[in-house]
Design a protein around this ligand. Structure first.
Ligand SMILES: Nc1ncnc2c1ncn2[C@@H]1O[C@H](COP(=O)(O)OP(=O)(O)OP(=O)(O)O)[C@@H](O)[C@H]1O
Length: 105
């Protein structure tokens, strides 16, 4: 939360045993950021996991990830610079990706 407030950036990994509240914590962070009228993207590796988050979408859909990342040497998101999604991403305060360890390569 401090990194968001300070706009410091960074990558953080939340790990804990199963069913101990990781998704619950992610939901709390989403709400906390959104009540500040900042943009918090809720992403998950699968459609089912995405349904557990308010406004959740799969990472592949939201970020337009290539489906065959393992055969592309330098995979990039298929989002054009002037698209609406690009503008959203530029203004996004935090991206939360649930079940990231379940993501296919
Ligand atoms: N602090 C809490 N107070 C009350 N209930 C909680 C709390 N944290 C989690 N729960 C409940 O416990 C259950 C499991 O929580 P959650 O799905 O967030 O765990 P998880 O670690 O993400 O699970 P998984 O490893 O399967 O992804 C849910 O029903 C959730 O509502």
């Amino acid at each position: 939360m401090q990194a968001v407030q300070n706009e410091a950036g960074g990558l953080y990994f939340l790990d804990a045993p199963g069913s101990t509240g990781k998704t619950f914590v992610i939901s709390l962070i989403l709400e906390n950021i959104r009540v500040q009228e900042k943009i918090a993207l809720a992403l998950a590796s699968s459609g089912i996991a995405a349904t557990l988050l308010d406004g959740g979408r799969t990472a592949h859909s939201a970020l337009k990830l290539p489906l065959n990342v393992q055969v592309i040497e330098n995979p990039t998101c298929n989002i054009s610079r002037n698209s609406a999604m690009a503008k959203v991403l530029q203004q996004t305060a935090i991206i939360l990706l649930d079940e990231c360890t379940m993501t296919h390569k």
